[in-house]
Every structure is written in structure tokens, then in C-alpha cells.
Design a protein around this ligand. Sequence first.
Ligand code: AKG
Ligand code: FE2
Length: 399
Amino acid sequence: MSEILNLKSYPPVFRQQYIGIQQNSGLDDTTKQIQEVVNDDTIPVLDLQCLDLGKLQEACEDWGLFRLVNHGIPLTLMSQLRDHSRNLFSLTFESKQELFTNPLSYFWGTTALTPTGAALSIGPQNINWVEGLNIPLSQLSLFQKDNETLGSFRYSFPAFSLSCFRGFYVNFRDLHSSFTVQVGIITLVKSAYALFTLISLFFLLMLTPYCCFLRFTRALLEEYGRHLERLATTMFGAMAKNLHLDPELSKTYISESTGFVRVYRYPQCSMENEAWGIKVHTDSSVLSILNQDQVGGLQVLKDDNWLQVEPIPDTLVFNLGDMMQAISDDKYKSVKHRVKVNKEKERFSICYFVFPAEGSVIQSSKYRPFTYSDFQAQVQQDVKTLGFKVGLERFKVAG
Ligand SMILES: O=C(O)CCC(=O)C(=O)O
Ligand SMILES: [Fe+2]
């Protein structure tokens, strides 16, 4: 059974299918070729409470992906985040555009963003059936400031109107004693006061829920972010050990300050066999940590077969990204994956991506030395000029 749709919350490009406009639906010939998907879920599962380094090594070499259980993130936090994500995306499209600005950003139709979080422009034929919220974790405190601006406005507005009223009152009291038009003036003052009070009340009522809502968003994300950082550094540490990386160098290969979270909603889409939530790609990160809901749709390429990554409650999915592949001299895989759309349900996922420290040069026998910024700039240029990411191939040494 389809869910009842809140179309006002959808970016206009995703509403068209429901109001009978099918042109520009973001489909091209390549997206129509949906390859067969094998339903054999043998994805490795690692247990953080008794981490098996051999199993981790195998998972990184053969899959570039694994599930993690006993990760230590409280289940209540995971479910609060999921519920809250639903609430965030159920706001109207316009509210989301207004509320989620710097340092956050709200995007749709693409997952390719500039370093400041703006969506790279894509042709109408290249649409991914997804909308998202980009949250750089190191800048969450700025989000708090914006939040406080709203908060102080909320408190200052009634005070402002009260002081205006006092000003009016003092002036008009003097007037009142020297003229005989007392009744008219007092009525005017009273009306002005009533008007200010009404406006204040209106703002108070309008802003209070938003302030609480945003404060809650920030608190949840801060707590979740601390867990993700712990998991990323622990798992990367284990991988670095397996790869015998130089400890000083490997410290720079992952930097918590670069981490960002993306909360995604994949709108329900009637063109299940033609459109993609996110088209085939590899992540540019060192590591990505995905927390998907129970709808499903994530697929991963393994030995030329597409496999469903079935959702398992309270289990995280770790993806190895391009940076990890380069760091490991191609021993580990940056896994190809994609997200299928669903015609009956919206899908939510909360994903974390972490990168090398600013300026850290990746030393690899397979690639010329490069920093993540070099890589990102190349990806941005390729997406703009070619319409897709070329990725590590650009940095490969000949031979
Ligand atoms: O939503 C998901 O499960 C995957 C998202 C993803 O692959 C990405 O953002 O790179
Ligand atoms: Fe991805």
C-alpha cells in the first residue's frame, strides 16, 4: 500500500509524476537498463565488541563493504534520529529551503555538492530521486548561533514592542495634558499597543516550535556525530594496522574535523524501473557509515553482480571510499553502489563521510601524490564538464 504523500514537502521536480507531467522526469537511456539483482546476502558482518582483524581484512579486500554490529550507539538515539529525520523532511519545500542554510545545506536531484554545500547544477536528464540535508559536523556550533539569533529575536520582539509602547505612552501623555483631544489619542495609543502585542504573539507562536525543533536537531546530531567519529577512527585504526601503514602518516589520513552527515529522503517514485535514488557511484571518502531504514534499496556491486544490502535493524553499513582504496595501494576496494527508488514508500538514510586531513598527501605506489582537495577539485571539474565523476583513474600512475 502506498503511503499518503505530503506533496508540499517534495521539491517541485518530484511532484510532477503525481500531477501527470512526465516530461523531464530525469530519465535517460542508461538509467533504463536496470540490471538483474542477485538476492544472496552474504555481506560480511563484523562485531565491534570482538573485532576480528582477519575478517575485516577479507571484507575490505573482497567487498569494500561490511556490516557492523555491537557498535555502541544507543538504540534510542538511532530511533530518535530516524523519527526526527521524518519530521525534518515533512516540512514544506519552502521551509526547508529557508531553514537549512549555511552551515547546513538542503539539496535535491543530485548528491554532487561544492565544498560550501551548494548543489552542482545537473541537467534535467540526470536527476537522482533524492533530497538531502548536508551537515558539516565541525560547524554545528554555527547552526546553534543561527538558532540563537532566532531565539533572541523571539525574546526581543515583545520587549521591543513594549519599549515602543512606553515611548508612545510618554509622548502621548504629554500631548494628552496639553490638548483636549484626549480620547482620540488614548484610543490611538491603545490600538498601537494592541497591534504590537498581536504581532509579538504571532512571532512568539511561530518561532517557538522552530527553535525547539532546531535545538533538538542539533543536540541529536552532536551526539550521533561523536559516535560516528569514534567508530570511524576505531575502524580506520584497525585497517591501518592490517595494512601496516606508517602510524604518523596514517594519523593524517583520517580527520574528524572533515566529517559530515547527510540525511536523505528518497521520495516515493512511480517509475521504479527507470529512475534511480542515487545512480552508480563510489564514495570519495576514506570511510562512509550508512544507517538505512527498513525500506531497503541500497545495492552493491560484487564480482559483477548487483546485490541488495538488505536492511538489518540497528546494524550499520560501512563503505570504503576512493581515499581508502588509494591509501591501501588498491588492496582495498572503493565499492560501487547505488540506491533503487521505491514506488510505495519513501526511504530515509543517515550517512556519514570522513576524509583525510586538509593538506595530507596520499602516498601510494599506484597513484601520483595528491591531497583530497586535489581529488575533490578534479571531481567537481569532471561533473561540470562531463556530467559524471571519473575518480581515481585521473590520478593513476602509468604502467
Ligand atoms: O542512502 C544510502 O543508503 C546510500 C547513500 C550514498 O550512497 C551516498 O550518499 O553516497
Ligand atoms: Fe555512496
